[in-house]
Ligand binder design. Structure first.
Ligand code: HEC
Ligand code: HEC
Length: 393
């Protein structure tokens, strides 16, 4: 809610009261004015703790383009059986994740990866757990033609559905200045990217504590957890925090050996399978979400360097309390288990990443969990969507 709309809300109705109700009206005004700072400042501060966002020059943000991206994001018709949209797996009320270990697309087909939240995905310097796409613009088109997601045969099918719709034809012409037969997949990618760049959330209790001087915004336990996080436990080596902002990711790739058990047994044949598929020019996105062994190769898919096998991009930890289960394969059920896993991994393997072995007491682990829970943004599950917009704005 912008300042302007707060004021119009204050002034539009109340002054029409008759003299008869003057006293009552004044009382209501007093109450509204008293609550004004908290009502309005909450969303104005929603970026508290976040760095400035990079908007690519070739895809400027406009209100109309964002609205188009939103319409596409929530449109079930853009799938093979008319049941799946981006929002099926990135659900606003589940902070744009899906609550499942592995995502499920058309015909309840299960993929190989956990659906990450798209909140703050705008800050990722690559997209997907393995970083196989360099931008939101390019990432956005993959789900439409993945058999485990929207399931369309190809991007021509997508364009066909869009062109058949009178509303879409008009909006594409307004936003991109194109006629119906000039609508291209790139336009859809751009609109979806612009919309997702509005899905940013800061202003968690931690942000108010660290970046707004509110000393009591988090519990004593969370404060101890914060100290461990940046200190002895070295979590911030990868889940980075700056002086004025924090995205809790270095945007680099590391191995925690999640899923290593599955990989080890047949590594040569799995890597060969991937390399030949790449040489043939097969759809790598489809293979990753269909072949659970190839999915474990992680960043190797991008670089083909043996040292990158099993590495995944450090996920941001913002809103992490709302996005269980965890890790690229959804194999870790709770936040407590995720902290256990991080500790365990550090106790037996360090040569790939220069971090020290870690031993934590149960109390320290609980403090880390309390800290992670303080990273939940006020608006993480309350984004305006096409269906609830009227109630929220
Ligand atoms: C069937 C469930 C499903 C659908 C439908 C789906 N996604 Fe996803 N999304 C996922 C999964 C699973 C991943 C992780 C895949 C991977 O890393 O290999 C993902 C990853 C992403 C990412 C990368 C986030 C990150 O942190 O790396 C973005 C952005 C995204 N999806 C946006 C979209 C958009 C836009 C659409 C609609 C065009 C969409 N998704 C449709 C399940 C889904
Ligand atoms: C060497 C870099 C590194 C360090 C140090 C590190 N992490 Fe992570 N963290 C990662 C990576 C990479 C993943 C994703 C691993 C995967 O999916 O296979 C991850 C995943 C997580 C997750 C799950 C997030 C999700 O959305 O699935 C949590 C929670 C987490 N880390 C917390 C911590 C805590 C707490 C510490 C300190 C005790 C820590 N991490 C230290 C790199 C690191």
């Amino acid at each position: 809610m912008k300042m302007g709309s707060c004021f119009s809300f204050l002034f539009s109705n109340r002054y029409r009261k008759s003299m008869h109700y003057a006293f009552f009206g004044i009382m209501v005004l007093v109450i509204l004015i008293a609550s004004f700072p908290s009502v309005c400042s909450a969303s104005e501060r929603s970026t508290l703790g976040l760095p400035a966002l990079n908007i690519p020059l070739e895809n400027p943000m406009t209100k109309e383009k964002i609205a188009l991206g939103e319409k596409i994001f929530f449109d079930n018709r853009l799938s093979i059986d008319g049941t799946i949209s981006c929002s099926s797996c990135h659900q606003p009320e589940l902070s744009f994740a899906d609550g499942k270990a592995l995502a499920e697309g058309v015909y309840k087909r299960q993929g190989t990866r956990n659906a990450p939240t798209v909140l703050n995905a705008a800050y990722n310097t690559t997209q997907f757990w393995d970083g196989r796409r360099p931008s939101l613009e390019t990432q956005s088109l993959d789900p439409f033609i993945n058999p485990k997601e929207h399931g369309l045969a190809n991007l021509d099918e997508l364009i066909k559905i869009v062109r058949q719709d009178k509303d879409y034809r008009q909006i594409f012409s307004e936003v991109f200045g194109v006629s119906s037969n000039e609508i291209r997949p790139e336009h859809i990618g751009k609109a979806l990217a612009a919309f997702q760049r509005t899905l940013i959330t800061g202003d968690s209790p931690f942000d108010r504590f660290a970046f707004n001087g509110e000393k009591n915004a988090i519990s004593e336990s969370a404060k101890r957890g914060w100290k461990l996080f940046t200190g002895a436990a070295q979590c911030a080596n990868c889940h980075t925090v700056d002086n004025k902002s924090a995205i809790f990711s270095d945007n680099q790739f590391h191995s925690l050996n999640v899923g290593w058990k599955n990989l080890e047994k047949a590594l040569p044949s799995i890597t060969t399978r991937l390399v030949s598929a790449k040489e043939r020019g097969d759809n790598i996105d489809e293979i990753i979400l269909s072949d659970e062994d190839v999915a474990e190769l992680g960043y190797f898919v991008v670089t083909l360097k043996p040292g990158d096998i099993g590495k995944f991009r450090t996920p941001s930890l913002r809103n992490v309390a709302l996005t269980a289960p965890y890790m690229h394969d959804g194999s870790v059920a709770t936040l407590e288990d995720a902290v256990e896993w991080e500790t365990y991994f550090r106790s037996w393997k360090t040569e790939k990443d220069p971090v020290q072995p870690l031993v934590l007491t149960p109390g320290e682990k609980a403090d880390l969990v309390a800290f992670l829970k303080s990273l939940t943004s006020t608006n993480a599950t309350a984004f305006p969507t096409p269906t609830n917009r009227k109630n929220i704005e």
